[in-house]
Write a protein that binds this ligand. Structure first.
Ligand code: UDX
Length: 447
């Protein structure tokens, strides 16, 4: 099949490569000429840089380069069997999804559809869009063309750090459609997935749009609940790591039971906020999800007072922060607890030594307008970052942080104290090295 993907972010690029890997020809369109140039330079082996860092992506682009085309001109992809919209839908200031990019794409499709050699075009929204957006997509395109077309809602479920894997082997494929043509064409596109044992779910457009938000709302709510329970465990003298292991045996409960400094990433916060607005639009009580967001904000910031208390103030203290990415396996820092924590610690007088294996450049960009940025020093290794610090705070579960050289950490820090935003270490082990230890879901260990 011939497929066009508009938008070469995490979703668009990974899905495009996954489609090419099962034999479809894919034209990737993006208005960002620099991204298109980068991708073309990569394919032509002029550079090894890609716009995003995702495991497996470089190898698969190379493997399937004959079936992939990158362009900033939509006309080159107008004849495809399906045109997938994969542009970003970031939150605007009040938390609603900003559909500006999506609307522009719809106008552009509408204006160019008369050039298509297909009798009936298929427009597929893969971007996460508010409930009811399929109607908006249809209405906008209709304003610019007389050609026949159908709109399909086909949400993605990929998680960063495993986006390539999730695009090739998604947990399920959800297809919202309103006619047989749309169903048949989508079935042909996804048949190779079904052959691999992946279930296809056909439903209405609104069902598919809601499905995406429901999935993220379940997951985000579970993270907030997990963190609430872990906070309780700490206060009550229980060990959340032991509690969660047994909880996982109950198959009715999900798997997001790992305590953390709150959820981050580009989806949970954005999608739950948008869903809160959808509840409002349909006059349904939305207080549960509002609290999911509130709890998450508090969870992200809660280490600031704990560190301040331990050090009897933050003035002139130096804190080592290991982990800037919102989770391991990605260079994305959107929604990462590290950002509010760095800002909070610095505004109370501290200096920061920061290290992350992938996310330093992204952090520098994010904090370029932060007035305390001079108080952050970035290092190329965790060992260097620890030097001369009072305490260390670990925020991301990168594999290289999981089994550290505790003697080395102790020798570098002024105070033998670890703040652990991921509950990574065994309490007995930590105690045997003589650390003061502050985690999320276990009581504090102090000498
Ligand atoms: C998520 C969904 O998993 C994915 O299906 C959807 O398409 C996009 O949003 P992503 O944001 O990449 O993907 O990351 P995910 O692995 O789900 O983690 C989200 C956040 O929750 C991270 O900050 C993570 O550290 C946190 N988390 C996750 C926890 O704090 N505890 C857990 O047990 C699981």
């Amino acid at each position: 099949m011939d497929i066009t993907i508009i938008g070469t972010g995490y979703v668009g690029l990974c899905q495009a490569v996954a489609f090419s890997d099962i034999g479809h020809n894919v034209v990737c369109v993006d208005v960002a000429k620099n991204k298109i140039d980068m991708l073309n330079n990569f394919i032509e082996e002029k550079s090894d840089k890609l716009p995003i860092f995702e495991k497996g992506l470089p190898e698969l682009i190379k493997k399937n380069s004959a079936r992939l085309k990158f362009t900033d001109n939509l006309i080159e992809g107008i004849n495809s069997d399906a045109i997938f919209i994969c542009v970003g839908t970031p939150s605007n200031e009040n938390g609603e999804a900003d559909l500006g990019a999506l609307k522009n794409v719809c106008i552009s499709i509408g204006k160019n559809l008369s050039l298509s050699n297909k009798e009936h075009a298929l427009i597929v929204t893969k971007s996460t869009v508010p409930i009811g957006t399929h109607k908006l997509v249809k209405n906008i395109i209709k304003q610019y063309t007389n050609r026949d077309f159908s709109v399909v809602s086909n949400p993605e479920f990929l998680a960063q750090g495993r986006a390539m894997k999730d695009s090739i082997q998604p947990s399920r494929i959800v297809i919202g459609k309103d006619n047989g043509f749309a169903k048949d064409t989508m079935y042909k596109i996804y048949k190779p997935y079904e052959d691999k044992g992946i279930k296809l779910f056909f439903m209405g457009n609104t069902d598919a749009e809601l499905h995406k938000y429901a999935a993220n709302a379940y997951l985000a709510t579970q993270v907030s609940l997990t963190n609430n329970l872990a906070n309780l465990a700490r206060a009550a003298g229980a060990d959340w790591n032991k509690v969660k292991k047994a909880i996982l045996e109950d198959k009715r409960v999900g798997r997001f039971v790992n305590a953390s400094s709150g959820f981050g990433g580009s989806c949970f916060g954005k999608d739950v906020r948008e869903l809160i607005h959808s509840f409002g639009r349909f006059n349904v009580d939305n207080s549960l999800l509002k609290e999911v967001i509130n709890q998450n904000i508090k969870q992200k910031e809660h280490f600031i007072p704990r560190i301040e208390k331990y050090l009897s103030g933050l003035e002139d203290k130096r804190i080592c922060i290991l982990g800037l990415a919102f989770k391991a396996g990605t260079n994305d820092i959107r929604g990462s607890a590290a950002m509010p924590i760095i800002k909070g610690l610095i505004s109370s007088g501290a200096r920061i030594n920061a290290y992350d294996p992938e996310a330093i450049e992204e952090t520098k960009k994010e904090l370029q307008n932060f007035e305390g940025k001079e108080k952050i020093t970035y290092y190329n290794s965790k060992e260097e970052a620890l030097e001369d610090c009072d305490v260390v705070l670990i925020l991301t579960e990168w594999p290289e942080f999981l089994e550290p050289d505790f003697e080395l950490i102790k020798s570098k820090l002024k105070k033998a104290a670890i703040f652990d935003g991921r509950d990574l270490f065994d309490l007995k082990k930590i105690e045997s090295f003589g650390f003061d230890y502050f985690s999320i879901g276990r009581p504090d260990l102090t000498k």
